[in-house]
Design a protein around this ligand. Structure first.
Ligand SMILES: C[S@@+](CC[C@H](N)C(=O)[O-])C[C@H]1O[C@@H](n2cnc3c(N)ncnc32)[C@H](O)[C@@H]1O
Length: 318
């Protein structure tokens, strides 16, 4: 079928999805057609055509549940509910998800909850231990649930190590190649600098930075050195990724010492360099309308309230 004919039949099949506001007013018929028509041809995931198209919108609003006791101990975790949506798009059940900066294990918990397996690397021992506890709980929940009877069983490993050694450890452990990576690296050294956002945590005695470990990349002072460390980590991920596997990085530009550092944009250009060049595919903008507005620069100068994050999408084409 030509690309044009395929497009026309998709529009006819999902007219609601193509409505001007991009809203989805589901009808029984469309939903049934979507499920029946698409599943047997779908190379990437188990979504219906309707859900596939919905996910391709370039921005979304996501309001996560409040973080539980274990996650709150970490200064910058991301929600499982968000990771579940990406994992469900970029993999099928039984596939392997990797996170080189796993923190409290949200990626691996989300992978298990969606019937995938996961491998996470974390350099700070206390966060790796939280990950291990949360992964054990997720596995236990899964065992207790009917899904445990499914033929493809999920498994998880949390490795307490510097992800600069990721591919070597991967080989030593004999892990199969990964199908997908989703992660959120430190936003350069920003945790150490965002005094206003961290004030509430400091008052409650919670961590306001990850660690003092010099190999923890959030401790790198120089911006370009930080980008170099980021590139080396994603070179490592590239080495263990299946050809055609995708990578999603959740990150942001940062405002520091009176100027913007375009960290999200520089992440795209840095990772797309040879060797181990990731091909940039797109960004999805996560709009956060549940964050407190802070009085930044009022009556003095422009300082924005940054209430969005970039979910950058890359692929290993080789
Ligand atoms: C933004 S946080 C990730 C949070 C995670 N997505 C979650 O939901 O908990 C970045 C994590 O990367 C870890 N990290 C920094 N440098 C690392 C390195 N070289 N190797 C492994 N982990 C590292 C930090 O300790 C921190 O927990």
């Amino acid at each position: 079928m030509s690309v044009w004919r395929a497009f026309i039949s998709t529009v006819l099949l999902y007219p609601d999805v193509f409505s001007p506001r991009g809203t989805v007013m589901e009808t029984e018929t469309v939903h049934r057609q979507a499920s029946a028509q698409v599943t047997h041809k779908n190379k990437m995931n188990e979504l219906s055509g309707r859900d596939w198209i919905k996910f391709t919108k370039s921005w979304f609003v996501h309001r996560p549940e409040p973080r539980g006791d274990q996650k709150i101990r970490h200064p910058a975790s991301f929600p499982e509910s968000l990771v579940r949506e990406f994992v469900s798009f970029f993999t099928k059940k039984g596939e392997i998800v990797v996170d080189p900066f796993v923190g409290t294990g949200s990626t691996i918990v989300a992978a298990l909850e969606t019937g995938r397996s996961g491998i996470g690397f974390e350099i700070v021992i206390k966060y790796a231990n939280i990950s291990k506890e949360r992964v054990q709980d997720a596995l236990a929940r899964r065992m207790a649930h009917k899904e445990a009877t499914e033929s493809k069983s999920s498994w998880a490993r949390i490795i307490t190590a510097d992800s600069a050694r990721l591919s070597k450890i991967w080989r030593e452990k004999g892990f199969p190649l990964a199908d997908y990576c989703i992660t959120s690296p430190p936003y350069w050294n920003q945790l150490r600098k965002s005094h206003m956002r961290q004030k509430g945590r400091a008052e409650k005695g919670l961590d306001t930075a990850y660690s003092d470990n010099p190999n923890e990349i959030g401790n790198i002072e120089d911006y370009h050195d930080f980008l170099g460390a980021l590139k080396r980590t994603f070179d490592e991920v590239y080495k263990v990724m299946k050809p055609k596997g995708y990578l999603t990085i959740i990150t942001n530009n940062v405002f520091s010492d009176g100027r913007m550092y375009p960290l999200a944009f520089d992440t795209v250009s840095t990772l797309s360099r040879e060797p181990f060049a990731w091909t940039p595919k797109d960004e999805k903008v996560w709009c956060q309308d549940d964050k407190k507005l802070l009085p930044l620069g009022v009556f003095n100068a422009w300082v924005g309230n940054r209430h969005h994050q970039y979910c950058l999408i890359f692929r290993k084409e080789g």
